[in-house]
Design a binder for this molecule. Structure first.
Ligand code: ADP
Ligand code: MG
Length: 537
């Protein structure tokens, strides 16, 4: 018999306790997590995983999905139609899916994801009729055309974003949610035109073609430059490949009883035992990290949708107890119903890693040995980095305050893009990278900088997540900054800062200081000593 290349989420594992390691290699971390949560009876939109072996096969076949695997994908699609009771491309009750990457080890934001796949000119009408919500249906369609164009065909996102901004301006509204069904329908028309102008052919109307193209694009994204840089930094072997998850959509953008968010079971910056996270009402996944609107802290959900909040807390606790580690979870709420979209061991700062490991030992969840094994020695040296001199801190008023996205003290000369950061750092300058928001292309510049300051985005924005992974100081979401990227300057607290001016960031408090703050050596606390003593044992 030939190899098994596809697994439904429901067959990927046996309720909390299968051979996790083996399945993770085959299904990828995301696929394995979805299978585990499905098996545990948690609410997960259903779907199937195309294995990492299929990815290897794709590359072996000269970057093609062979006939056998293609047929198998369509077989599983049929299965998914049965499970969901919806039909792909249907004009009355269409099935929409996401196509998601998922390597063995998580590489957040490095590879590609396509949402709302399956929409075409007919299915969008079907979705509008079925939900009685044309605005929602066209919101999905405009997102899909843009994502498909960007990810699959590499038509630049900015071409579409400009049109959204133009439309918002024309209608005199500030937020995407204020655009009407007709506005969005018009945008879809414009988007399809942009697609055709760039591709030389119309936007694909056959959902089956869309699906295969999207799967190929995700396989291909394993080999994109930013993924390659990330892999090198994190010592992830190229040979592993990525799995692809095809999953029914849960719609966080279907109204005010819907939303999407991310949360951690413990604070990834400090390690404190406290549910942390944020969400956006009436939004889809990429909106939270892209910083289109400022999200609310997860604690607000308790007031807004108490049942959903309680259910989420219960699931989060179960997941942490099962994986015996801090979990980083993605969820979506559709019309008051909670859906889990991802769980994984969360990235954390070195300081948080120490506290979490010690706390888990104290809580009886793991052994001392496991605690030591949990700590990545490469991260420990960030603890030995200098901090701002407390005396100087006391004597200085910050010029701004934003989110303490990743701790540490950074001071350097201001630069406005990743290339400059790299160049300046290469000639021995200390730089602070200031961006509206970061994107995966900025990784190398972030690495070269002492610290990162963003204007938009929360604790789970791209800048925040990547900076924490790198052990790099980051202050995010400083809305008080008036950015003028074109002239490489910004104003904050009445002062204009130019490229090359000194700036200091405190990633532990979110404070921003004018000039270069003096620093002192770090003091290494009790958790560090405990872990080292266990290591000696
Ligand atoms: P990454 O690996 O970069 O985190 P994901 O595959 O997790 O990418 O997708 C990014 C986001 O897209 C998710 O956080 C989630 O909000 C959204 N998303 C993915 N699949 C679905 C789905 N089936 N329904 C709703 N939202 C989804
Ligand atoms: Mg994700």
């Amino acid at each position: 018999m030939s190899k098994k290349y596809l697994y439904y989420f429901s067959e990927g594992n046996d309720a909390f306790g299968g051979d996790k390691v083996t399945m993770k290699n085959t299904l990828g971390g995301k696929g394995a997590g979805l299978a585990e949560m499905t098996a545990a009876g948690m609410p997960v939109p259903q779907g199937f995983t195309i294995t990492t072996d299929a990815c290897t096969q794709y590359y072996a076949d000269g970057r093609q999905i062979n006939d056998e695997i293609t047929a198998d994908i369509f077989e599983h699609l049929k299965g998914l139609e049965k499970i969901t009771g919806k039909k792909f491309g249907d004009n009355t009750n269409p099935l929409l899916v996401s196509v998601r990457s998922g390597a063995r080890q998580s590489m957040p934001g490095m590879m590609d994801t396509i949402l709302n796949l399956g929409l075409n000119d007919e299915a969008v009408e079907g979705l509008a009729k079925k939900t009685g919500n044309a605005r929602f249906a066209y919101d999905c369609y405009r997102r899909f055309v843009q994502m498909f164009a960007d990810v699959v065909m590499m038509v630049p996102k900015s071409l579409f974003e400009v049109e959204i901004d133009k439309m918002k301006e024309a209608k005199g509204v500030k937020n995407d949610v204020d655009l009407t069904a007709d506005d969005l329908k018009e945008l879809v028309g414009t988007f399809k035109k942009i697609y055709e102008e760039n591709e030389g052919r119309p936007f694909p109307q056959d959902p089956r073609d869309q699906l295969i193209e999207a799967v190929k694009a995700v396989f291909r994204s394993w080999d994109n430059p930013r993924a390659n840089v990330y892999r090198k930094m994190n010592e992830i072997p190229y040979e592993w490949g990525t799995a692809v998850n095809v999953q029914q959509m849960a719609f966080g953008n279907s109204g005010d009883r819907s939303g999407t968010g991310v949360a951690f079971t413990r604070d990834p910056a400090t390690g404190a035992k406290k549910l942390m996270g944020e969400y956006l009402i009436n939004a889809q996944g990429e909106d939270v990290v892209a910083g289109v609107r400022t999200p609310s802290p997860i604690s607000h959900l308790k007031d807004q949708m108490p049942e959903v909040y309680d259910q989420f807390v219960e699931i989060a606790t179960r997941l942490e107890n099962y994986f015996r580690d801090m979990q980083d979870m993605e969820f979506t709420i559709e019309d008051g119903h909670l859906y889990m979209l991802q769980t994984r061991n969360g990235k954390r700062t070195a300081q948080a890693a120490l506290q979490i490991a010690c706390d888990l030992v104290d809580e009886g969840m793991i052994s001392e040995q496991q605690a030591v094994a949990m700590i990545d020695p490469r991260n420990l040296d960030t603890l030995l980095h200098p901090q701002f001199d407390p005396k100087a801190l006391k004597a200085t008023e910050p010029v701004g305050k934003a989110l303490p996205a990743s701790p540490g003290a950074a001071c350097g000369k201001i630069v406005f893009n990743a290339e400059d950061a790299k160049e300046w750092a290469a000639r021995g300058e200390k730089v602070v990278l200031v961006r509206l928001e970061t994107s995966p292309e900025d990784i190398e510049g972030m690495k070269a900088a002492q610290g990162i300051l963003t204007v938009r985005g929360g604790m789970t924005s791209h800048a925040a997540v990547v900076a924490r992974g790198m052990g790099k100081c980051c202050v995010s979401g400083c809305g008080a900054i008036n950015m003028d990227e074109a002239n490489k300057q910004f104003t904050l607290a009445g002062k204009t800062y130019h490229e090359g001016d000194w700036l200091s960031l405190d990633g532990s408090t979110g404070n921003i200081y004018d000039g270069a703050m003096p620093t002192v050596d770090a003091n290494v606390g009790g958790d560090f000593g405990r872990i080292m003593a266990w290591a000696d044992k």
